[in-house]
Write a protein that binds this ligand. Structure first.
Ligand code: ADP
Ligand code: ADP
Length: 224
């Protein structure tokens, strides 16, 4: 990922908010990067653009060598489904669907056939050690279990990039560490990870911390 001079401005009736102010950032394939900064500095805005959920106003965004700034929703969605997995603080599972069905959803969107879906969902549920809960609904699971399902859903399409927004924010420290271990394992198998976090503890699982302030990156720390 190579981002140069990215700008995002939110306009409401009489107020303009510069959320990203000529931000530049490079993330190499296979890296695990933590993004930290105070509330309102633009982390969510950046994550939305990185996840191809939103488009910047100006600047360049090279994603796997493709200039995606200026792409319309349809082309962004196409890349997003194929290459990106999301993990959220609030899990964002669908309450009306079982564990199996939640994890199956990204594969349905990709048009994968039923037999292959079953095999891939079971494989990833097994890896996340949540197979015994495959027919349960999210509300029947503990927070740690729900986040393991959410990670399973994020990785079932074998994404190149995982974007995590405060993935341990609703978990106690032992479940939180378990989720960080899962992310670390995925990274060691080659998946690039970009994680927004308020936790210095979680950030230590990454290779590098990018610190943001007022819509810009201000500092980068290498982890040793
Ligand atoms: P963070 O995730 O670091 O808390 P955000 O990216 O959510 O920061 O917000 C950056 C700035 O943009 C803040 O000043 C916020 O109030 C503003 N902002 C975010 N989303 C919107 C929106 N949809 N409309 C107007 N302003 C917004
Ligand atoms: P936590 O320690 O995260 O608060 P809970 O006390 O919610 O966990 O859950 C403890 C165990 O009971 C978990 O294994 C969870 O899956 C199970 N459980 C909780 N609520 C239900 C339910 N409504 N139906 C079935 N199992 C449940």
């Amino acid at each position: 990922i190579k981002i140069t001079n990215l700008e995002k401005i939110y306009r409401t009736e009489d107020v303009e908010t510069v959320a990203l102010n000529k931000l530049s950032l490079e993330v190499k394939e296979g890296e695990f990067v933590a993004i930290m900064g105070p509330s309102g500095c633009g982390k969510s805005t950046l994550l939305n653009i990185l996840g191809l959920l939103d488009d910047p106003d100006s600047g360049s965004f090279l994603f796997d060598g493709i200039e995606v700034a200026g792409f319309g929703e349809r082309k962004r969605a196409d890349l997003r489904k194929r290459y990106i997995g999301f993990v959220f603080q609030s899990f964002n599972l669908i309450d009306e669907l079982t564990v199996f069905e939640n994890v199956e959803l990204p594969l349905i969107y990709l048009g994968v056939g039923a037999a292959e879906r079953k095999q891939r969902v079971e494989e990833v549920l097994d890896k996340m050690q949540i197979m015994h809960r495959r027919n349960h609904y999210p509300q029947q699971l503990s927070g740690g279990q729900q986040q393991r399902v959410a990670v399973a859903r994020a990785v079932v399409n074998k994404p190149k990039l995982i974007l995590a927004d405060e993935p341990t924010g609703n978990l106690d420290s032992s479940n939180g560490n378990e989720v960080m271990e899962l992310l670390t394992n995925l990274n060691e198998q080659g998946t690039t990870i970009i994680m927004v976090t308020h936790s210095e503890h979680d950030a230590r699982y990454s290779h590098r911390i990018v610190r943001m302030l007022d819509g810009q990156t201000v500092l980068e720390n290498l982890m040793v």
